[in-house]
Design a protein around this ligand. Structure first.
Ligand code: HEC
Length: 136
């Protein structure tokens, strides 16, 4: 039995391989996020970075859990994560950026009995919200 452990000798090589690997994954993830944000921006004409205060102003987070928005943990409506992968909005209309903006401004345009109220959000603001929702 060797008296000294071999583990200290492995730490150097492990760091040598592990650190660039972790850094590489972080860069790839960051690039993917930037790309998704750029696509969301192009689709909606909105800017995801402007969305958080608008979500707060119109109380979206009181009814929805919204990824990345502190305090947005409502359970009245479903969570608004991964919306870009959904086929329908509110289960009634095709999921595309124009319909999403209309839905956010006035859900009753598509779904007369929807429990989601028209919050008073303006179309220009709804574009920023739609951009955020497609980016997250
Ligand atoms: C009073 C509660 C309430 C508020 C406030 C509210 N919503 Fe909703 N929302 C709902 C409910 C309930 C649904 C599900 C309605 C339906 O399917 O008809 C919904 C559905 C949605 C959907 C469709 C989700 C899906 O999975 O298809 C989106 C997008 C959405 N809301 C965004 C927002 C945004 C953005 C705001 C803020 C401007 C907001 N909501 C404010 C209750 C609310």
């Amino acid at each position: 039995m060797p008296t000294k452990s071999v583990w200290p000798k492995l730490v150097g090589p492990a760091l040598l391989i592990g650190l660039p690997l972790v850094a590489g994954i972080a860069v790839t993830t960051a690039k993917a996020r930037l790309k998704q944000e750029a696509v969301a921006q192009a689709l909606t004409g909105g800017n995801p970075a402007l969305a958080p205060p608008i979500f707060r102003r119109y109380g979206c987070g009181g009814c929805h859990t919204i990824a990345g928005i502190p305090g947005a943990d409502g359970k009245v409506g479903g969570p608004l994560a991964g919306l870009s992968e959904q086929v329908y909005i509110g289960g009634v209309v095709n999921n595309n950026s124009d319909n999403l903006v209309v839905w956010i401004v006035s859900p009753q345009r598509f779904s007369a009995n929807s429990a989601m109220p028209a919050t008073g959000v303006k179309e220009s603001e709804a574009r920023h919200l739609a951009a955020y929702l497609y980016a997250h």
